[in-house]
Structure formats: structure tokens, C-alpha cells
Design a protein around this ligand. Structure first.
Ligand code: DX5
Ligand code: ZN
Length: 216
């Protein structure tokens, strides 16, 4: 399977949100990555439903919504109504992860689980067949534009082995510090979805940078 690219709206120009969403619509990117931060689980607050709905209004590609919030179960239906196609929760915020995943799927979305850099991929061994996407955080969540953590490659390799052993279809997503120097190695190692914020939106030609990441 060829990989997917999901530009992260966190790095967009919020004063020109429609323009940036339309840039992604017209580009070769397959998804939008949308980060929701609550200032509790992570030391930053991004935005909530009004902004997500504004993105939904203009986006013509699936919304990959990454929740960095405590108690995500409270808002599953609301995220579905706000247009989420994939809804990803953090392992570290879900004491009843199996229940949360079933609730996301019952609401009609793909279920994702994100792992912080220090969380081993093995914690998902019993649940892999139920999960549509595992998001490996390659930075500590909370901010765009951080440096990629090199240990991520080892986690991709181990997760890929687990997916093969289970004959699962789970996608491996990499989130944080993805750039034009590391994306090819990530794909080669087994990544299926590349999130890129700073690399896309800080580049001189975001459309062209997306194309580079897509073509691989
Ligand atoms: C970080 C977010 C990322 C962020 C990635 O907590 O989950 O999605 O937008 O941004 P870059 O690509 O700039 O590291
Ligand atoms: Zn993210």
C-alpha cells in the first residue's frame, strides 16, 4: 500500500484558515490532521468544536482528528457530528481503552490510538485487531515544530511485526517532526500515514512540499 500524507492544521495560518484548507484540498495530500489539545493532558490548548466545524465546512478530504484531551469518551458523538473520519485517543488518557475504541466505531468512525514517545507499542498487543490506526508520537505531544525523536524507527519496526503477527490491517501513523530528511526512511521502515505540520506550512511552497512527501 502506498502511504498517506496528512498536513497538520495546527501549523496553518488561523487568520487565513479557509485559504489553507483549500490549499490542502487542491494538493496531493489525502487527509487533514486536526489536533485537539485541552491544556490538561498536554501543556497547550489548540482549539475546539467551533474551529473544527469551520475546517469541516471547507475540507474536501477526510479529517483525521487527534485528541490530546482527558476523558475523550465524553465527546465522541460531538466529534462525529463535527466531521471526524478517524478519531484518535491517547492510550495514556483511557483507562478503559477497549470500551472507548468500541464507542468510536459504534459512532461510525475509524478508531485510532496514539502512544506517547515513552509508551511501548506492546501495550496494544491485546487490542490490535480492534484498532484501525496507531499514531506513534515522534515528539512529546503539545506543540508543532519540535525535533523528531529517533527511537521512533524502532517502535515502527516492532509495531509492524505485531501487525504482521496478528494479520491485522492497522495503519501506522507518525506524528511530530516529520520532514524532508526523515520521511523516506519512515515509509521504508513501515509507516503508512505521515503527519506534517511545520514542514508543510513553513515551507516556501506548501503544495510542492506536500507533493514531495506524497511521492516519496
Ligand atoms: C503535536 C501534534 C502534531 C503536530 C505536528 O502534539 O500532535 O500533530 O501538529 O507538527 P510538526 O509536524 O510541526 O511536528
Ligand atoms: Zn497530532
Amino acid at each position: 500500500m502506498s502511504h498517506l500524507v496528512a498536513p497538520s492544521i495546527l501549523s496553518a495560518d488561523f487568520g487565513n484558515l479557509q485559504r489553507d484548507v483549500e490549499m490542502v484540498n487542491a494538493s496531493k495530500a489525502q487527509w487533514f490532521h486536526v489536533d485537539i489539545m485541552d491544556g490538561v493532558f498536554v501543556p497547550n490548548i489548540s482549539f475546539g468544536f467551533p474551529v473544527l466545524k469551520a475546517i469541516q465546512k471547507h475540507a474536501k478530504k477526510p479529517l483525521d482528528v487527534h485528541l490530546m484531551i482527558v476523558e475523550p469518551d465524553k465527546y465522541i458523538t460531538e466529534f462525529k457530528n463535527a466531521g471526524a473520519h478517524v478519531l484518535t485517543v491517547h492510550y495514556e488518557t483511557c483507562p478503559h481503552l477497549h470500551r472507548t475504541i468500541q464507542a468510536i466505531k459504534a459512532a461510525g468512525m475509524k478508531a485510532g490510538v496514539a502512544l506517547n514517545p515513552h509508551t511501548p507499542v506492546e501495550v496494544l498487543n491485546e487490542l490490535l485487531l480492534d484498532i484501525d490506526l496507531v499514531c506513534l508520537m515522534s515528539v512529546n505531544p503539545g506543540f508543532g515544530g519540535q525535533k523528531f525523536i529517533e527511537n521512533t524507527y524502532r517502535k515502527v519496526t516492532r509495531l509492524k511485526e505485531m501487525i504482521t503477527a496478528h494479520t491485522a490491517n492497522t495503519l501506522i501513523e507518525i506524528d511530530g517532526g516529520v520532514d524532508l530528511n526523515n520521511y523516506a526512511k519512515l515509509i521504508h521502515t513501515g509507516a503508512n500515514v505521515l503527519v506534517a505540520g511545520n514542514t508543510v506550512f513553513s515551507s516556501a511552497n506548501p503544495t510542492q512540499t506536500i507533493e514531495q512527501l506524497v511521492i516519496g
